[in-house]
Structures are given as C-alpha cells and as structure tokens.
Ligand binder design. Sequence first.
Ligand code: AP5
Length: 205
Amino acid sequence: QSDKKIDLTPLKKAGVPIFFIMGGPGSGKGTQCEKIVAKYGLSHLSSGDLLRDEVKSGSSRGAELTKIMEAGQLVPLTVVLDLIKEAMLKEVAKGSKGFLIDGYPREVAQGDQFEAEIMPAKLAVFFEVSEETLVKRLLKRAETSGRADDNMDTIKLRLKTFNEATAPVVAHYEKKGKLARIKAEGTVEEIFSEVVKHFDKAIKA
Ligand code: AP5
C-alpha cells in the first residue's frame, strides 16, 4: 500500500478503458504506442518516461531511481504506481478517452495492485521479440538515445529482469484470458496491423 493518499474518484468515475502494454526492453512498446495514440486517441503513459521525468525533476528520490534503472532492476512498486495514478488523474481532467499503460505491469504484483486500486485492464498486450532482436534494436538506439541504460552491460541486466520478473506476468494475463500476444519481429507497419485487430475488437466490446 502507498503511504501517499491520492484521490482516485475522478479516475474511477471516468471508467475509460485501460490497456497494459508489455514486452522486453526494445520490443517496440513506445513505437507502437505512438501509432495507437494517433489512431485511437488514447492517453499514452510510459512508466519508464514517468520515472525519467521524476529523475529530471531533481526530486530527492531521483538519484535512487537512477541507480536502480542503471542496474536494470525494477523500481519499487509504489513509486511507479503513484506516478501512474497522478499522471492518469491529470489526463482524466483533460477528458481522456482511455489509457495505454506502457511498460507496466513488470511483475505480477504490479498488475494485481493496479487493478485492485484503480480498475481492471481491458487487455494486456504483449510484444514478443527474440533476445537477439532486442539487443540489436537497443544497441542501434544507443547510438543516439543518450539513455543511461542503453549500453551492453545494462541491456543484459534489463533482459535478466524481464525474464525473471516480467515473463510470469504474461502467463498471468494469459490465464485470465486477457492477453493479446503479438509477434513483433517484423516492420513497424506489419506489427501495427496486428495491433489494430486487437484494438478494434477491444474498443468495440
Ligand atoms: P522503459 O523505459 O520502460 O524501458 P524498456 O522496457 O527497457 O523499453 P524501451 O523504452 O527501451 O523500449 P520499447 O519497448 O519502448 O521500444 P521502442 O519503441 O523504444 O524502462 C526503463 C527502466 O525503468 C526499467 O529498466 C526499470 O528500471 C524502470 N521501470 C520502468 N517501468 C517500470 C515498472 N513498471 N516497474 C518498475 N520499474 C520500472 O523501440 C526500441 C528501438 O527499436 C527504437 O530505436 C525503435 O526505433 C526500434 N524499433 C521499434 N520497433 C521496431 C521494428 N519493428 N523494427 C525495427 N526497429 C524497431
């Protein structure tokens, strides 16, 4: 439980659909989310971006977060969930039609706590990509991203965390019948055409 009191009433009242977007580091979550936003007008919240913004803000917990992210580990659940709640409330106040929660959940408990405290997700989308492709994409991005975690040592640690903590989340939502597993090795457009099939169905339902 978080020790900060965040009033979630407006968020619950809005009752807009929520989509979890999952996949290994470099699986194309951010890339596909941009396209989903353009087509469906949903609000895109990336847990990694929210954490990097928190670091940039110079807050007292920023230095601690940087250390964890550079080690490719998961930051504490309540830190991420509070940042997401606050960002969702801001979007709801602007009239959000629904949410892409990108990079979340990364462990089973994150999803369970989110759904218990906020509301159940409509669908958990999982971008399935081989480790070889993930490493290739991240090393390419490293040439220009300036991200502290886009280096071979941290990439290995991010993959380890993904395999240990996040892979069970995929099985968790599969069991619940809420998983959309998308093979994401092809081109951005090929992958998006699969994404659209799932979103068209989920948004109509
Ligand atoms: P986060 O920022 O979420 O990083 P990540 O999961 O490692 O994912 P990326 O942002 O690197 O990649 P992506 O899947 O969005 O791919 P992208 O579209 O950019 O998290 C960073 C850290 O924050 C974590 O390690 C952790 O410490 C912490 N954190 C975050 N969330 C947390 C949580 N919930 N709980 C605890 N801690 C958390 O694509 C990658 C590259 O590939 C790009 O260059 C892109 O142009 C290219 N590309 C994309 N699609 C294709 C394609 N089809 N073909 C060729 N290239 C492609």
